[in-house]
Design a protein around this ligand. Structure first.
Ligand SMILES: NC(=O)c1ccc[n+]([C@@H]2O[C@H](COP(=O)([O-])OP(=O)(O)OC[C@H]3O[C@@H](n4cnc5c(N)ncnc54)[C@H](O)[C@@H]3O)[C@@H](O)[C@H]2O)c1
Length: 270
C-alpha cells in the first residue's frame, strides 16, 4: 500500500487515530496536512514525520468554523498541489461534558456535538468536492464509531452524530461514485486515546470494557489507522459507501449471555 504523489488532509491529526493515520500516510509516501485545533500537538506530528523524511505540514483548524475547513483544503492544494484523501476525524466532547440521559442534555452540548462531529464533516466533504471532481478521483474516510451503529447509555448526541455520519457517507458515495470519488466510514470500537479518558474512564471501567471485547484489549490508534489507510488506498478501489467495523469483536455479539458453561467467563457478553 503506497501513497506516493498523493496528498491528504487529516482533521484532528494531532492525536490518537488522526495522528496514527497521518504518520501512516506519510510513511507510505503521501504528503499530509494536519488540520488541527491543537497547534502544539500538530507541530509535534509534523516534526516526527519530517524527521523520518516524510512530507507534512500543519494548519490551525477549528473544524466547527467553515472558513477554517475551506482554508485547510486550500492549503493542501497550495502547499502540495492536489487533494486525494480527506480524513474527517476531529472530535472533542463539549466543555465540562458528563454522560447524561436525553432529558438532561444541555442544548449547548447537543449543538457543540452536532457541529464538531457531523456538520463539520459535511462541510469538509462539500469543500473537497470541487477539487476531487476536477481530478476525477479522491477518497474520503470518515471516522464514525460502533456508537453510530448501536446505542450506548448517556451519550445520545454522540450516537446521533456517528449514525448520521454513516448515512451521510452512504448518500455521498451514491452521488459522487460516478465522478470517481469514494467515501467510506471506519467504525472503531473502544480505542485507547485521550478521548476515552475525557469522559472520566477510570481503571475499573476500562477493565469492564475490556471484558466485553473478544480480543481482550482496547484498540490502538494504529488498529484504526490501518483500516482508514486501506480505505484511502487503491486496494479499496471498489469499496464505497461502506461502514467498516474495527472493534476487536465487540459488536459481533447479540448480547445474549453464553449458554455453554465453559464460556460463561468468556469476555463476550455485552
Ligand atoms: N477513542 C475511541 O474509543 C473512539 C471510538 C470510536 C470513534 N472515535 C472517533 O475517532 C475520532 C478521533 O478520536 P480519538 O480517539 O483519536 O481522539 P483524540 O482526542 O486522541 O484526537 C482528537 C483530535 O481532534 C482534535 N480536535 C478536537 N476538536 C477539534 C476541532 N474543533 N477542530 C480541530 N481539531 C479538533 C483534538 O485536538 C485531537 O487532536 C473521533 O471522531 C472520535 O469520535 C474514537
Amino acid at each position: 500500500m503506497r501513497f506516493d504523489g498523493k496528498v491528504g488532509v487529516v482533521t484532528g491529526g494531532g492525536s490518537g487515530i488522526g495522528r496514527a493515520t497521518a504518520i501512516g500516510f506519510a510513511q507510505r509516501g503521501g504528503s499530509v496536512v494536519i488540520a488541527e485545533f491543537n497547534q502544539e500537538a500538530a507541530a509535534k506530528v509534523v516534526a516526527e514525520i519530517t524527521r523520518e523524511g516524510g512530507k507534512a505540514a500543519a494548519i490551525r483548524t477549528d473544524v466547527s468554523k467553515p472558513s477554517d475547513l475551506q482554508a485547510a483544503i486550500d492549503f493542501a492544494r497550495s502547499r502540495f498541489g492536489r487533494l486525494d484523501f480527506l480524513h474527517n476525524n476531529a472530535f472533542a466532547m463539549p466543555p465540562h461534558w458528563r454522560p447524561s440521559r436525553v432529558g438532561e442534555i444541555r442544548d449547548e452540548a447537543w449543538e457543540h456535538t452536532l457541529n464538531v462531529g457531523l456538520t463539520a464533516c459535511f462541510r469538509a466533504m462539500k469543500y473537497a468536492v470541487p477539487v476531487m471532481s476536477e481530478q476525477k478521483s479522491g477518497a474520503i474516510v470518515n471516522t464514525a464509531s460502533i456508537s453510530g451503529l448501536f446505542a450506548d447509555y448517556g451519550v445520545a448526541a454522540y450516537n446521533t452524530i456517528k449514525a448520521g455520519l454513516i448515512n451521510l457517507t452512504r448518500a455521498f458515495a451514491l452521488e459522487y461514485g460516478p465522478l470517481g470519488i469514494r467515501a467510506n466510514c471506519v467504525c472503531p470500537g473502544v480505542i485507547d486515546t485521550p478521548l476515552i479518558g475525557s469522559g472520566g474512564t477510570d481503571p475499573e471501567t476500562r477493565k469492564r470494557i475490556e471484558s466485553k471485547i473478544p480480543l481482550g484489549r482496547l484498540g490502538r490508534p494504529e488498529d484504526i489507522a490501518n483500516v482508514v489507510l486501506f480505505l484511502a488506498s487503491d486496494l479499496a478501489a471498489f469499496v464505497t459507501g461502506a461502514a467498516y467495523v474495527a472493534d476487536g469483536g465487540q459488536t459481533a455479539h447479540t448480547g445474549i449471555p453464553p449458554i455453554i458453561p465453559s464460556e460463561s467467563q468468556a469476555p463476550s457478553h455485552r
